[in-house]
Design a protein around this ligand. Structure first.
Ligand code: 5GP
Length: 190
């Protein structure tokens, strides 16, 4: 997706630890015009799929998922909560997710009311690194006896294991920009 690639080249910053910082348009300030194009592109990639829910994970997936929902008949957006405190009520599906950026493991939770058996769920997230966030979300959908119709990722770091792990689940994975490597702090796309 060329406008996304151009934006990453212009504003992305490569940090020491193989992390791409995109705070100026995704992770802190959000570029809504770009998000809108991202939503349209997800629709194009999953055009043949019926989607009844969009599932993401707090916090950075939420904005992208909300804009994307318009292109899938305003399917409700559910975001998995990363529980740290006690601020969660009701019965929940849970999965353990190891965070690549924070180097810590958390339990993600989704209230059982919001994913129902038979739901057709499109999973959306900002980044794919080692696939742990997406895998946790797939796990939650399957616990609910719902169907994963696909995983849509904005930026995939193709040199990490994520694609392998998600494809092993038999799920369609679509990434809008795939990074091959970082070279002298510059992004090289596939
Ligand atoms: P994974 O679970 O695939 O290992 O990592 C994906 C999650 O970690 C995403 O939800 C994203 O928030 C975060 N993440 C992984 N790599 C990066 C990165 O290079 N830059 C940013 N901004 N977030 C990342």
């Amino acid at each position: 997706m060329q406008i996304l690639i151009d934006k990453i080249l212009k504003e992305g910053q490569v940090l020491q630890s193989n992390i791409l910082k995109v705070d100026s348009f995704i992770n802190h300030q959000m570029d809504i015009k770009l998000f809108n194009e991202i939503g349209k592109e997800f629709k194009r990639r999953f055009d043949n799929k019926e989607v009844t829910k969009i599932l993401t994970i707090e916090a950075s997936g939420i904005g992208i998922a909300v804009i994307t929902s318009q292109y899938f008949n305003f399917a409700p957006v559910v975001f998995a909560k990363k529980t740290l405190g006690g601020n969660f009520s009701g019965e929940a599906y849970e999965a353990e997710v190891h965070s690549y950026t924070k180097k810590q493991t958390c339990i993600i939770k989704v209230n059982k009311n919001y994913i129902q058996p038979g739901d057709k769920v499109l999973i959306i997230d900002d980044f794919l690194a080692n696939g742990q966030a997406a895998l946790g979300l797939i796990n939650v959908v399957r616990q609910a006896a719902a169907e994963v119709v696909g995983v849509g990722i904005v930026i995939e770091k193709g040199f990490q294991d994520g694609r392998n792990i998600i494809e092993k689940q038999g799920v369609q994975l679509e990434s809008l920009a795939i990074i091959d490597r970082f070279e002298n702090k510059k992004v090289v796309f596939r």
